[in-house]
Design a protein around this ligand. Structure first.
Ligand SMILES: *Cc1c(COP(=O)(O)O)cnc(C)c1O
Length: 463
């Protein structure tokens, strides 16, 4: 995405510092529906509301910082994905994006399946009543204990990630008198980025087994030879925050090619392929994500076409969106503590959270937007950097944004699209207390993950 400096900014930002920002939006008071959860709007007093509840009241009741999750939006997105893919495909929500027992119940009710990748995620899923057969277990280094628990629970599939694991899972399943349904995760030599994809000759990362050099074909050979395993398909996950379907196209083509090789060698047509997750969302108004319906149509067409040309029956497709379901449904609400104008540079707006509740900006330069939500303002746009309260200068929440020039301590600001990989990656850095997740629906707000307390911190510290 090419970004250009705004030609005429506010006075104290006339000397534009290096950064990535666009012109300020025409009206800072508008909450762009592209980046905000479905039920967010402004009321007559100018404050933002979600599910009909004003942020001022929400901040008083639940404190800041806090994540507010629009349950109506979450359920609608689940339904949109399930309907788009239909009865002949499976949608697995990637639990690592954000998982709690309430989320598991919503998924169960809306007919989705669930990806987990640790014993902790598995026990959360099972304790909230997700049927084990609707759970897929992932990870590049599952412990024997984790594998045993997954097999005992009866998970629908374990996604095998290495040669050692093929033997390990087979052995454990056999010792429990079971035959475990498995997929093999392959790396197809496509590295998908947000705006490009690079075909790499070899795969220099920790996940999966390479198609290149016949490794994946060898993995299939071994899996088919072991009594403890029922090989049901091939899995490929190519990256995240992807907008371009070209990477999926290459991935699907190569996976289908492997299916054809497996048929030729073993006389077996594996019944399933999983194309992973990674579908992009709008973090700023410049991002243009695709609708689930378009994605489903594109993936179905690609797989059907490739299978036809290989003379294969079309396998059952599954996908694993995490971010695309939960990401847009939540925002983080902060209170402004200090406003520090640096002459000729920019203004730093400090909020009462930071890298402990959103590590993505510091970790991979993620882009976010931010809005003043406790009131509207007619003041001119001012170029700001929204930072947290942690003892690190990299503690940035929003690198470059425009807020009204009259932004002041006590104002509430909110960062939209923080539903995925924010609470799930939150830390206790500086002994910060991890914020609560509050689900909002039809005028009611309910804590689904409570705020951490100092007592929680001290309980782990056994002295
Ligand atoms: C992380 C992950 C996903 C979900 O990725 P999103 O970008 O959240 O959609 C899906 N499948 C696998 C195997 C993953 O590791």
């Amino acid at each position: 995405m090419s970004r250009s400096a705004h030609p005429a900014g506010p006075r104290h930002a006339d000397v534009f510092p290096e950064g990535h920002y666009t012109a300020p939006p025409a009206d800072l008071n508008v909450l762009d529906p592209k980046v905000w959860a479905r039920t967010v709007s402004r009321d007559d007093q100018g404050q933002a509301t979600v599910g009909g509840l004003g942020v001022t009241q929400l901040a008083e009741e639940f404190g800041t910082p806090a994540y507010f999750l629009d349950e109506t939006d979450f359920r609608a997105r689940c339904r949109a994905w399930a309907e788009a893919f239909g009865a002949d495909a499976d949608v697995f929500y990637a639990g690592k994006a954000f998982l709690s027992r309430a989320v598991v119940r919503w998924l169960t009710e809306e007919g989705l399946n669930l990806d987990v990748c640790s014993a902790g995620e598995l026990s959360t899923a099972l304790s909230a009543g997700m049927p084990a057969e609707r759970i897929a277990y992932h990870g590049n280094n599952k412990s024997e204990e984790e594998i045993r628990r997954a097999v005992e629970a009866g998970v629908g599939r374990i996604v095998l990630d290495s040669f050692q694991e093929i033997v390990r899972v087979a052995h454990i399943a056999q010792s429990l008198g079971k035959r475990q349904r498995v997929q093999i995760r392959v790396t197809v030599g496509v590295e998908a980025h947000t705006h490009e994809f690079i075909a790499t000759a070899h795969e220099d990362q920790k996940f999966g087994i390479a198609l290149a050099g016949g490794q994946a074909a060898e993995a299939v050979r071994r899996a088919l030879s072991l009594d403890g395993l029922e090989l049901i398909g091939i899995h490929s996950h190519i990256g995240s925050q992807i907008f371009d379907m070209a990477g999926f196209e290459v991935s699907a083509r190569r996976v289908v090619q492997l299916l054809a090789e497996v048929r030729d060698e073993h006389g077996v047509e594996l019944p399933e392929i999983d194309l992973g997750g990674g579908l992009g969302i709008a973090y700023t108004s410049e991002d243009d994500p695709r609708e689930p319906h378009d994605i489903a149509k594109a993936l179905n067409e690609i797989v059907t076409r490739e299978c036809e040309s290989a003379g294969l029956r079309t396998p059952r497709i599954s996908v694993e969106p995490g971010r695309a379901i939960v990401g847009p449904t939540a925002f983080t609400l902060y209170e402004v503590g200090t406003v520090k104008p640096l002459e000729g540079l920019r203004t730093y707006v400090s909020v009462d959270g930071g890298m402990s509740d959103n590590i993505r900006t510091a970790l991979y330069d993620a882009e976010y937007s931010v809005s003043l939500v406790s009131r509207t303002s007619d003041a001119a746009p001012m170029l700001v950097r929204v930072v947290g309260k942690h003892c690190e200068s990299g503690d940035i929440v929003v690198r470059d944004a425009f807020l009204p020039a009259d932004i002041a301590p006590g104002d509430l600001v909110a960062v939209p699209a923080t539903g995925a990989y924010c609470r799930s990656m939150a830390s206790n850095y500086n002994h910060a207390l991890r914020p609560p997740v509050v689900a909002v629906r039809d005028g009611e707000a309910r804590v689904i993950v409570r705020r951490e307390t100092e007592e929680d911190l001290l309980r782990l510290d056994v002295g």
